[in-house]
Design a protein around this ligand. Structure first.
Ligand SMILES: [Zn+2]
Ligand SMILES: [Zn+2]
Length: 73
């Protein structure tokens, strides 16, 4: 997965559950966002499967459509 640093726009090094920017020395986690309204999705975990739910009326979002955005942690 290609991710760029939201601060300096360099490519992030992939780490467990997110990314790391060497030039900012900053770790990022991936946040799931709705592809329609770009708001954070509620993550529902059930029996090993993960569902993503938009609370702004877009309902369940399949994982293929989810936008993963790096956010500073
Ligand atoms: Zn950076
Ligand atoms: Zn939505």
């Amino acid at each position: 997965m290609d991710m760029n640093c939201p601060i300096c726009d360099r490519q992030l090094q992939e780490i467990d559950g997110g990314g790391h920017c060497e030039s900012c020395n900053q770790d990022f986690r991936l946040e799931a966002r709705c592809p329609d309204c770009h708001q954070p999705l509620e993550v529902l975990k059930a029996c090993g499967a993960v569902d993503y739910f938009c609370q702004n009326g877009h309902g369940l979002i399949s994982k293929k459509r989810v936008e993963f955005v790096p956010v500073a942690q």
